[in-house]
Design a protein around this ligand. Structure first.
Ligand SMILES: [Mg+2]
Ligand SMILES: [Zn+2]
Length: 193
């Protein structure tokens, strides 16, 4: 991706948007329904903390249709997110915000990825326009990358979670591929150091 530098020739750090399941934590076809089932992928917590400590703003953007399907409620989801945040904070980093879509595929909402509603709400919360301000959307599913691409974010696929199945799907845009979030973080830290 193009390198943007400011007047002091310091590379402007892109905003990092992360899908959750299959990127930060293990995914399951049976959904992640409880705090106990929420288990981080190897290296993912340190990767988020490293990005955050280096000055990248990190957000999570996650479809949680398990709520609409009645598999867990918003209180349980909140508890999962508190666990995730606490783990990142224990490594010295922070997740600045978490957007989730609690709806099902037939609810007609505008937040469920591949629609970009959750990304748009981050833009409005931090007063940014990702077609102008550099942002990267990291996901393991085609719809993550599509949502990011729809708002001008640079798409990055990780091969954890559903990533290996997603990588050869038909895309009409270019995306980067990384083995996992740790590999993404390492490359991104070097790129924008
Ligand atoms: Mg995912
Ligand atoms: Zn929604």
């Amino acid at each position: 991706m193009p390198q943007i530098t400011d007047q002091n020739n310091i590379k402007t750090k892109p905003i990092i948007l992360l899908d959750r399941d299959g990127v930060i934590n293990y995914d399951s076809d049976a959904y992640i329904k409880s705090v106990d089932e929420w288990q981080p992928l190897p290296g993912s917590i340190k990767a988020i903390a490293a990005l955050s400590k280096a000055g990248f703003r990190v957000f999570v953007v996650t479809n949680q249709s398990g709520i609409a399907r009645g598999y867990y409620d918003e209180a349980e989801l909140l508890a999962m997110h508190q666990k995730m945040m606490a783990l990142v904070e224990a490594e010295g980093g922070t997740i600045e915000g978490i957007e989730y879509c609690p709806h099902g595929p037939d609810d007609g909402c505008s937040c469920r990825k591949p629609l970009p509603g959750m990304i748009e709400s981050i833009e409005s919360k931090i007063n940014a326009d990702f077609t102008q301000t550099q942002a990267i959307m990291v996901g393991d599913s085609k719809r993550d990358l599509e949502a990011g691409h729809a708002r001008g974010c640079h798409p990055a696929l990780v091969l954890t979670g559903k990533g290996r199945d997603s990588q050869y799907k038909e895309f009409n845009f270019y995306f980067d591929v990384y083995a996992d979030l740790a590999a993404f973080a390492l490359a991104t830290l070097h790129k924008f150091a």
